[in-house]
Design a protein around this ligand. Structure first.
Ligand code: SF4
Length: 255
């Protein structure tokens, strides 16, 4: 697959979308809420984009996003991403969350964050309580190693104990987690922390990144098979690739 600077067309928004919104899939939209992040992942798909594109940083932009969602009733899932939405103060986080959670058509408001790993003290009891109020918030965390999963466990417990589902998306990375034993250890550590392993992605085809980190497809399939033969479905994520222009994440079996 050809590596591109901006494989998902995130740098420039489509003219039909409000500023700061991205939409690739039918039932969900993503809001770039900030260019800040707690992590500086060397494999970050958005590393060439953050700071160069508009974020939803004014009330007018937020209202435009709400209006767009209202006009598209098939949207039921809003991702508050960036960057990392939890770099914003609680009042701004909750303003964004409540704006969408209060809409009848919305079932899920996702908090996309690395705070659980890199700044666990950010997940306070007060914030966890506020996030749990609507019953619609899910937390999505980007976790790549068993050590990171263990670091995230205490903050994850605060959210899970309030009824907020916590899931992990992992990227299969050369030299980081690309052995069967390392991946199995990660999946076990996530389940032990009550963080649901959700997806393991092939490295996105971002120029300058995938050359360094991507794992050959056949090796990825072997890692998936090894894990599937050793743990149950609750601990087993879907191993997928996120291909540009695809309308869904593609399971490795289909590639
Ligand atoms: S946590 Fe996500 S947005 Fe932040 S640097 Fe890592 S990959 Fe990029």
């Amino acid at each position: 697959m050809k590596a591109l600077a901006d494989p998902y067309g995130e740098l420039k928004k489509k003219p039909s979308l409000p500023a700061g919104m991205r939409r690739r899939f039918r039932d969900r939209v993503l809001l770039m809420t900030t260019a800040e992040c707690f992590a500086r992942c060397p494999h970050c798909t958005r590393s060439f984009i953050l700071g160069k594109t508009e974020t939803v940083d004014t009330e007018k932009k937020l209202q435009d996003c709400i209006e767009y969602v209202r006009r598209h009733p098939q949207v039921r899932d809003v991702l508050l991403s960036g960057g990392d939405v939890l770099t914003l103060p609680d009042s701004k986080v909750m303003h964004l969350v409540d704006a969408f959670a209060s809409m009848e058509q919305i079932d899920i408001v996702r908090i996309c964050t690395r705070a659980l790993v890199d700044k666990p003290e950010r997940v306070t009891d007060r914030l966890s309580r506020a996030l749990s109020r609507s019953g619609k918030v899910w937390a999505n965390v980007h976790i790549n190693t068993a050590e990171e999963a263990k670091r995230a466990a205490a903050a994850a417990a605060k959210l899970v104990n309030r009824g907020i589902p916590v899931s992990s998306q992992t990227v299969l990375l050369r030299g980081v987690n690309d052995t069967p034993a390392k991946m199995l250890a990660l999946l076990k550590a996530l389940s032990a922390a009550r963080i649901r392993p959700y997806y393991v992605f092939q490295c996105d085809p971002v120029a300058g990144i995938c050359e360094r980190f991507s794992v050959p497809l056949e090796k990825a399939k072997k890692i998936e098979k090894y894990c599937a033969e050793r743990i149950g479905g609750l601990s087993l994520p879907r191993f997928v690739a996120d291909l540009p222009l695809s309308v869904r994440k593609i399971p490795l079996d289909l590639l």
